[in-house]
Every structure is written in structure tokens, then in C-alpha cells.
Design a protein around this ligand. Sequence first.
Ligand code: PXG
Length: 457
Amino acid sequence: MNDLSTLAALQARDARHHFHPNTDMAALNAEGTRVIVRGEGVWLHDAAGRRILDGFSGLWNVAVGYGRREIADAAYQQLLELPFYNTFFRSTTMPVIELSEMLGQLAPGFSKVFFTNSGSEGNDTIIRMVRHYWKLRGQPKKSAFIARHNAYHGSTVGGASLGGMDYMHKQGDLPIPGVVHVQQPWWWGEGGDMSPSEFGLFAARQVGVAIDRLGAENVGAFIGEPIQGAGGVIMPPDNYWPEVERICRERDVLIVSDEVICGFGRTGAWFGCEHYGFKPDLMTFAKNVTSGYLPLGGVMVSDAIAEVLTAGGPFWHGFTTSGHPVCCAAGVANLRIIQREGLVERVRDDIGPYLKARWTQLGEHPLVGEARMVGLLGALELTPDKGARAKFAKFDEVGSICRDFAYQRGLILRATGGTMLTAPPYILSEGEADILVNTAREALDDTVVELKKRGWL
Ligand code: PXG
């Protein structure tokens, strides 16, 4: 399909009735939405007949790439065999048994998995589970959560409360009581005159300061993404997580690793916490558990927590579709692909280092203050002054300008403020990695021209 009048008609129908998430709808509808019609490998095709390299894996989640028949077949077979049965009434289904077992094997020390439909529901589940756990342990006051500014933990009331996005809080009278946000470990943006390792310790110690201010007897858990995703692919200094772990253990505060983006190989380890060498008590997952082919999320529960919860009677929590058999069948097929094709190792040893070597060269571009990458998660900080780590006055707009130039040139990148993000599928070839970086460089050049035109540079 590359008939532009057909595209305009589709855009008009979308504009009439579809309420897009996180979107200025008036602006979008004036411009016309993109209509994506097909995907193959790392490539998308839109209704205007264009082929675009998806440098962002859908929404961080199409790890195995588009067009995997094996996942489609597994879901289809399950739809024919048993499209639904619940897991509430003393029941389970074959895909749930299989996926729980696989997850247990992939995450040693996490003997139980609780299924949800999304990462947001996973984090809401965490709030209820942590509070339930501490009540069972006879410490009902341990109900507060420490999280970070600019974290993303989802869009439900609980998820958005744990998240540290002010613009989300403002719209919904959030956060809910009992959530306290502390310094994020973004050295490039907020490290000031400190060295990265000084700043890593400083940021970690803010967790301790917050716990001590509330009293450890009132704090249930700390939650963090190993690498903040939506906040701007923020890799903390190496000493951050070990110090957070030490602080939380010392104060008997649980650690939740939100693995919704980092989980299932994105960092080159199965889970982001392994990459950074810390051991959480609970892990939220979603996204790449099915590579986005069907919605699925959940919470991995450590042996020690699971033991208390198992002995504690029913946990009055769950969703109709907790452990949906079709989604779990897709999850099993997806994880089998990742295992069989050695995709986590590929991210760690092969395409990850290859893309990183090329991506970090973008750090030499006059507009780029820092180019960083771990596994297949990368960021570029756009700056008017490299040496000073300065941000553009119109920080939120420069990234969108660069993102739009990239799209015009056939590459999807995401912008968070003035930070450009990439998270390509694990199957990216070296040739495709070259295209990704070369196109990103061209988009940076386009952005320089545009910013000069506007007098911002
Ligand atoms: N935790 C993390 C770390 C996430 O990245 C969620 C929880 C929530 O998952 P669900 O499945 O409820 O969306 C996420 C989701 C963006 C963007 O703009 C990022 C997410 C979702 C939507 C947009 O980068 N991450």
C-alpha cells in the first residue's frame, strides 16, 4: 500500500476515534499519524510505502525482531487448544506451567512468578505484595517506597506513583501517599562538579538519607530500574548499585529491580541486576518476555519472600488474565528463540560491542555531549556546549527535532528531552548497525542546520 490518499483516509479515521497515549492529540492530528502496516526483522513498513529501520524495537520490546512465525504459531495453536482458562480457581494451564518453570530457571533464586498483563500492573502488584509481606512478618508499618526522580514504572496509579515523572504526577494527584523520590544517578545531567564515582556514591546515599528520614521501620522497599529507560537510558556509575544494595540490606529494606526494559537480555545479561551485580528481592518484568508479540508481565519473587507469602494464606490480588495461556505460550516460544539463537550472548559479545564501538564514535559529533551504550541500550546527550555538559534551553524540543529528522531518513530513534535513545532488536546485523549509526549521524547533522536556523546554536 503506498497510495497517499488511502493513507490520508486512514489518518482521518484514526484522528476521529483513537485516543493515543502520551500524545498531544491536537498536534498529532494536524500532522497525521504514522500508520505502520508490517514488520520483518528489524524493518517496519508504513502505509506510505516506506521502509524504516526500527532502532527502538517497537517500544523497547521486540527483542527477537518482527515476523517470527514460531511465536505466531505457538499462539495460534494455543488459541485452538484452549484460548482461555483462569488461574484463580485452583487451576493452571500448560503454557503457565511451562513459562513459570522457564522463568524460574532463568532467574536462579526466584522460585515464584506472579503473572500480570503489563509492567504497570507488575509494579502495582509489587506495592501490594511488599505491604502484604511485611504484615506477614509482623511489621505492618513498613509500607513506604523509595523511588527515584525521573524513573519510569508505568502508568497505573501505583506505577505512575513509583515513577518519578512530575508531568504524570501533576495530572493525577500523584504520587499516592507513602512514595518518596530521591536523586537519580544521571551523572551527565546532574552530576555537577563531582566525578562519576563521587556522584554514584552521592546518589546512592540519598536512598539511605530518605530511609533514615522516614525511619527504616516505616520503609518497605526501594525500587529502581537497573538502567533508567524512558528517563533517558541512564546508566548509573558502577559503584551506585552496590552502595544502594548495602544501604538497603543494612536497613532491612527490600530491593525491587524493575526489569521491564532491562530484562531478557537487553543489557547482555538475562537481567539488568546481573549486569550490575546486585541481588534484588523482587523483579518486575514485561515487554521482552514475549518480545511484545502479546501482552504479558509479572513479578519474580525471591525464594525467601516466596516462602513467607506461601505460608501466609491467600494474597488477595490478581487479574482475570493473570497467566493468560495464549500470552504465556507466546512467551515460551519467544524465550526458546532467545535461548536457541544465543541472543543474550549475541548482545553481550557480538552485536552489542559492535554497535557500541560505532555508536560511541557519535560522541565526536559537535552536537553530542556523551554517547553511551550498555548491551543494546544506547543514548546520546545533545548539547550546545560539550565541555560544560550544557543542556539546551529548549531541552524538550531539540530531541524531537532530531528524532523527526531520523524518521525522515528512515530510522526510528526515541527522544527523551534532549537525549536520543536507541534499543534495537537483538537480531540487528552488522550492516544494519552501520545503517543505524550512519543515519543517526545524518539526523544529527540535519539537527545542527535546523538549530542554527532557529538561532539555538
Ligand atoms: N517499568 C519500566 C521500567 C518500563 O519501562 C513499565 C514499567 C510499564 O510497563 P507497561 O507494560 O505497563 O507499559 C515500563 C514501560 C517510553 C515508554 O516512552 C516506556 C514504557 C512504556 C511506554 C512508553 O519510553 N515503559
